[in-house]
Design a protein. Sequence first.
Length: 155
Amino acid sequence: MQVLTEQSLRLEQLAKQGQFPEDGFEDSDLPTSTAVAKPNVNLTARTTRATSVKKAPGKSALDLLSQNKVGEVIQTAPIETDIWVQIGAFHSEQNAENVMSRVAHLGQGQVAPTLRDGKTLYRARLGPVTVVEDADKLLADILKLGFNGARIVVD
């Protein structure tokens, strides 16, 4: 079903007046329109533009990569980082200290202040840990205590 613009506007006008015709309009209700000229459309015409992409002569991407000269390899010393298990971040330093006292039996940690969106948060975290597997075990122990937001962070 196709609703013409004139029909749509007329139905809107009738609806505002509280009239809702069931079958739409009678043809006599519609404004008359006359086409200026019959359009000349050819549905079998073919384009004169190129429609396919011609393969450029050359080598494949793999060939180009294999011929690429590799520059000098630069070696750098690894960056020293610390692994922490963060239990949570709190607006109140006292809340962070309370959490740390509940997990003190699992290992050493700290309450570390940090700025976030212009506000100071106090991170309660255990560590630093040097071995990833130890951090995983520590995280599992903290999760068992009900601190579901705990996560491993690297500083």
